[in-house]
Design a binder for this molecule. Sequence first.
Ligand SMILES: NC(=O)c1ccc[n+]([C@@H]2O[C@H](COP(=O)([O-])OP(=O)(O)OC[C@H]3O[C@@H](n4cnc5c(N)ncnc54)[C@H](O)[C@@H]3O)[C@@H](O)[C@H]2O)c1
Length: 278
Amino acid sequence: MAKDVCVLLGTGSIGQAIIRRIGAGKHVVLADLRIENAEKAAKILDDAGFETSAISVNLGSRDDILRLIEHSHKFGAVKYLVNAAGVSPSQASVKDILRVDLYGTAVLLEEFGKIIADGGSGVVISSQSGHRLGALTEEQNTQLATSPTEELLTLPFITAITDTLKAYQYSKRCNVLRVMYEAARWGKRGATINSISPGIIITPLANDELHGPRGEGYRKMLSLCPAKRAGTPDEVGDMAAFLMGDKGRWISGSDFLIDGGTTASYWYGDLQYLKASH
Ligand SMILES: NC(=O)c1ccc[n+]([C@@H]2O[C@H](COP(=O)([O-])OP(=O)(O)OC[C@H]3O[C@@H](n4cnc5c(N)ncnc54)[C@H](O)[C@@H]3O)[C@@H](O)[C@H]2O)c1
């Protein structure tokens, strides 16, 4: 029997925390570049009473995104989309970050915006990193928000990027602008779309960083941020559940910074010293 379908791209801790809150009673499609990650998440969620299927998908490929839609439609109408897939500045090259985080997310929103069900909702996990980029010009904002997806990676100020942190920051800024642009299109289908920009969230990778060779810098930053700690995947999950639930129906095209006050402190408080390295 057809069910509402909930699609998760990127089956790490943040994605799983969101699914635990919105996926009960639905068919949950778990998509990841690494099928072993999707299958691992499927086992955990199946054992907790969810109905899932796992599929290998590269967010940086339109063909893969179309294949994901085809797979999802086998189970019913797609009512929820969560994009928690991505690569970080310490994991990937400039080219790969722009291809996956910037272009891939834009294509995902474009293609799911054609099929999302009435009453549906989407959330994109962006990052506080996008909030550390200074103001762009109005023209740059418009280009990132509205350029045809196939032209995004040829914009001159994007092709000029040479370091991975900038590639990540521009990608995450683009996610937020693209969500605004898509909110108008998704609204015509009766659906909402928003982004969440988390600060440091403890995941296995972040935990390694925190206790690894560069850990001291991270620990100093966290001790100086207003909340004096890192965030948890569950706190991001709660935010997403609100946005995607009944109480979030009047919210669309917005970005929600959830970082314990870190960005505020980066610009105007004790963390201003970080500006020298960004
Ligand atoms: N953890 C944090 O501190 C933090 C902070 C801010 C933003 N984020 C963002 O949250 C999202 C999820 O991060 P996470 O910390 O849960 O990371 P994670 O590495 O645990 O999960 C990301 C998942 O995305 C998958 N993935 C990578 N490239 C892919 C691709 N091309 N196509 C499909 N899947 C791909 C990985 O295999 C992995 O399973 C990312 O977009 C990241 O930028 C994380």
